[in-house]
Write a new protein. Structure first.
Length: 565
């Protein structure tokens, strides 16, 4: 990268330097030409060094001695002139330096240079994140907690300043720039082999698509996580090789379908995101007719989910009564909303879904629906996390927060890939399968167990990998055993194992593990600690495999001596 900061400094200070040199030269020349008088009354002329020495401290201070002899009146007159001349030059130079320190262009170039050097020095794999907004801010915080390295680009300098004030550790290089400029992307390290993925979550589908195409051309190996709000755009992104497409409306439709047809599969998916393994009474969706206010992107997605579930529904267009075309429109007044709800016979509906892109309209729809049908089940779309407290105060039965959905889905894909794969498999299972699994987990570990991911690798399972290299067979049943008593099992469940890209759900206890296996494990804190020790500690692994303590060192020597005697 070309560093222009030094060139800017030289260019801005060129004229002040020339003026200072010129004023010094005139003052020195005058001091050399004007005759003086020594202490014996003889005429003398200052040599160049004496004149330069005198002007040097004269120009920078007031209150000095006359050197090497007392000056004559012509010399004093010239010194007085030189004082004002050099002071003007210094003032101009200092003023230019102060202006240069405040120069925005210089600050940008210095920031670019620091950013470029910080990215170039990163040796760990990193993720390139575009934009610093509510979604990416929450995502960055979650990823930073697990020590994930990131690089951020945002066009707004205020957003970058806010990021720098967070003092993330490890530090996150960030730069203000145009994300659609290839030079900015290259400066951010998109061509580096350490750049593992790019996260593109702007609300503008066109911008996301263009940026995704640029990233794919600049780095064909990196993963792309892109937000899309329409089916057509999602299909295009899939065709250009985008690995993970975030469509929050499809997620809402899928979850609503699961909640209607397979509530235990729904609660399993929500548990992965932090929900209890328990279906609360208010989370049970009622039967009957559903009224959906808004037939835009979310409405079209809900139409598929509700139709697939066999639920009767009525759509209310957010702009024109009876119209089912076009995207959601502008804010309408309370009277218009109430009229549309009455037209849809809201008093006989079982559920109202407020699904517009305006949070104020959604809150108004919920309030007016309750006014005419106090027992109606309420579902709302919340577009921004900033409105969370307002929606909580509205006492809505089920609230879908778009930004939260995107954050959780993106985080799972980047940091919890096995959990993400497990959620995809839920769509292929039956309600009976989900109910049996929920019952099995709850009976063993309660309603709030942990979900952890482990890999059979030297980094995460050192002892096990060593034994597998020797040809030792290790089963899942062995890994379930307790460290203090190998005849008893820990409270844990191997939910899924991924081997060479193939997923194995609920593997049996006699399943033999192999190097490279990835395991999704349901456990509590005690069993997770035991499993970590067994995977990495020779002695713990040997005990759960054999039921005997492994003897080493001097104890092993004495045991052998006793055996031979």
């Amino acid at each position: 990268m070309e560093n222009l900061s030094a060139w800017i400094v030289i260019r801005r200070l060129r004229i002040p330097f020339l003026i200072i040199i010129l004023t010094f030269s005139i003052s020195i020349l005058g001091m050399m030409l004007i005759p003086g008088m020594d202490d014996h009354g003889n005429v003398y002329h200052l040599n160049f060094f004496d004149a330069f020495y005198f002007v040097s401290y004269m120009a920078s201070t007031i209150g000095f001695g006359e050197s090497p002899y007392a000056f004559t009146y012509p010399q004093k007159l010239w010194v007085s002139f030189s004082i004002y001349l050099t002071v003007i030059g210094w003032f101009y130079g200092i003023g230019t330096i102060v202006a240069l320190i405040q120069d925005e262009m210089l600050h940008k170039e210095i920031a670019k240079s620091r950013f470029y050097n910080a990215v170039r020095e990163m040796e760990e794999p990193f993720i390139l994140i575009f934009g610093y907004n509510n979604v990416t801010k929450a995502l960055i915080r979650k990823l930073n907690l697990i020590q994930t390295r990131m690089v951020v680009i945002d066009k707004d300098q205020h957003a970058i300043d806010a990021l720098n004030l967070e003092h993330y550790h490890p530090a996150i290089p960030a730069i203000s720039g145009d994300v659609l400029d290839p030079k900015t992307l290259e400066m951010a390290g998109i061509r580096y082999r350490e750049c593992q993925a790019a996260v593109i979550l702007f609300e503008n589908d066109k911008k996301n698509t263009k940026l995704a195409m640029m990233c794919r051309h600049l780095n064909k190996k990196m993963k792309l996580i892109v937000r899309s709000s329409t089916m057509q755009n999602s299909e295009f992104l899939y065709n250009i090789g985008v690995e993970h497409i975030e469509n929050p409306f499809n997620v809402i439709s899928s979850r609503l379908y699961l909640a209607l047809t397979a509530p235990h599969l729904w609660v399993l998916e929500m548990w992965v995101h932090g929900h209890l393994l328990k279906i609360k009474k208010r989370e049970i969706l009622p039967k009957g007719r559903y009224v959906i206010y808004g037939y835009g992107r979310m409405g079209k997605a809900l139409e598929k989910g509700l139709g697939k579930a066999g639920v009767a529904y009525t759509f209310i267009d957010a702009r024109l009564p009876g119209s089912r075309n076009g995207e959601l429109g502008e804010l309408v007044g309370e009277d218009e909303i109430e009229a549309k709800l009455l037209e849809a016979d809201i008093a006989t509906a079982s559920v109202i879904i407020a699904g517009t892109r305006d949070d104020i309209v959604n809150l108004a729809v919920i309030a007016l629906a309750k006014k005419h049908n106090p027992d109606i089940y309420t579902i709302s779309r919340e577009n921004e996390l900033a409105d969370l407290q307002v929606f909580k105060a509205a006492r809505i039965d089920r609230n879908y927060i778009l930004e939260e959905i995107i954050i959780n889905k993106t985080y799972n894909y980047l940091a919890r890939p096995l959990a993400n794969i497990f959620i995809k498999h839920l769509n292929t299972k039956t309600e009976e399968w989900g109910e049996a699994l929920v019952r099995r987990i709850v009976e063993k570990m309660g309603e709030n167990p942990s979900l952890t991911e482990m890999e059979i690798s030297p980094h995460q399972a050192f002892a096990v990998c060593n034994e597998l290299e020797k040809g030792t067979k290790i089963t899942l049943e062995m890994l379930k055993r307790r460290r203090e008593d190998y005849t008893r099992q820990n409270d844990l469940l191997f939910l899924m194992i991924v081997r060479e890209g193939e997923s194995i759900l609920l593997p049996p206890d006699d399943f033999e593990i192999a190097p490279g296996d990835e395991m999704l494990v349901v456990c509590n804190q005690e069993s997770e600690t035991d499993l970590a020790y067994i995977l990495n500690n020779y002695y713990e692994l040997y005990y759960v495999m054999t039921g005997r303590e492994k003897i080493t060192g001097i104890l092993k020597y004495f045991v052998r001596q006793n055996a031979t005697s």
